[in-house]
Ligand binder design. Structure first.
Ligand SMILES: Cc1cc2nc3c(=O)[nH]c(=O)nc-3n(C[C@H](O)[C@H](O)[C@H](O)COP(=O)(O)OP(=O)(O)OC[C@H]3O[C@@H](n4cnc5c(N)ncnc54)[C@H](O)[C@@H]3O)c2cc1C
Length: 265
């Protein structure tokens, strides 16, 4: 199956002044995608910017009569040139897309318990986990209520167990989401003897802080290191790991948190 295809924008909707949801209808069948894998999108047809930009798949729909190859949706923060171009593209525009790429989150085995953790825009990478595994607890940390990228109503519709923390206390618990997570894992461990897995995506500082905690759980994280090619050839997204230098695009973006050498990551 060709991983380079064209896709038409069928929805380009603002969430707030910086974030938007881009939904695409691919012109060709898309390979099955694991949560945590990503796609490279070309911002428009111009040669500037030349490079495609990586985005995690936030959601999808299966093939149907209206969209014979299903749809792909992305939650995007307008960070710079490429994302600001994507934000302005009208419905009907066709984009060049490459993917799915990289290694997703490992499947959860029977008898294991999953906890999903997101910080800020990291919710885009892990939301699919909450949909696939259903009613897993989601820990979501934001700066303020205004930074919540999905409404409490939408979050409650996908999981009965949503824990939110904000820096200023304007929504959820005031403080750091990792404090809530730590207390939750501690309590869960008292009653559950099996394997607890934590899958997380968020700002570098949050992931690094998680690495320094002694959570009694096997933890996988998705790294969003800037990258140019997405295929492991440009070596732009190298990270130092216990197994030597690895490429976030090809060997990740999902890694066991224990394997990352944080001074270099
Ligand atoms: C595997 C992966 C998945 C991603 N998923 C998402 C997603 O679902 N939603 C989303 O909004 N973003 C996601 N990102 C980040 C996104 O790719 C970048 O924000 C985007 O490429 C910036 O492009 P730009 O042209 O707008 O910015 P540029 O003009 O290239 O850069 C603008 C500013 O953003 C910084 N920047 C660029 N890339 C990154 C990055 N990866 N992380 C932090 N800062 C960066 C630059 O250093 C610069 O300061 C993901 C990144 C990776 C590697």
């Amino acid at each position: 199956m060709n991983r380079l295809f064209s896709a038409e924008i069928i929805r380009n909707e603002s969430v707030d002044d910086r974030h938007f949801i881009l939904e695409l209808s691919p012109g060709a069948a898309v390979a099955d995608t694991l949560v945590g894998q990503f796609f490279m999108l070309k911002p428009g047809e111009s040669i500037d910017p030349l490079l495609l930009r990586p985005f995690s798949l936030m959601g999808f729909t299966v093939p149907g009569a209206t969209h014979p190859n299903g749809t792909l949706s992305f939650l995007i923060r307008a960070a710079g040139k490429g994302t600001n171009i994507l934000k302005r593209l009208p419905v009907g525009t066709c984009l060049t897309v490459l993917g799915p790429l990289g290694q997703g989150f490992p499947p959860i085995e029977e008898g294991e318990r999953l906890i999903v953790v997101a910080g800020g825009i990291g919710i885009a990478s892990v939301l699919g986990l909450v949909k696939v595994y259903q009613d897993v607890p989601l820990f979501y940390g934001v700066r303020t209520k205004g930074h919540l990228l999905l409404s409490p109503g939408m979050l409650n519709a996908i999981s009965a167990e949503i824990h939110i923390a904000s820096d200023d206390g304007s929504i959820g618990t005031k403080g750091n989401i990792l404090e809530l997570l730590e207390a939750y894992v501690f309590q869960l461990r008292k009653s559950f003897g099996g394997n607890i897995k934590i899958y997380a995506c968020g700002p570098h500082a949050m992931l690094r802080a998680m690495a320094e905690m002694s959570l009694d759980a096997e933890t996988y994280i998705s790294l969003e290191t800037p990258m140019a090619c997405g295929l492991g050839t440009c070596l732009g997204c190298a990270v130092k790991t216990a197994g030597g230098i690895q490429m976030v695009c090809k060997d990740g973006p999902v890694f066991n948190i224990k394997d990352i050498t944080w001074d270099e990551a």
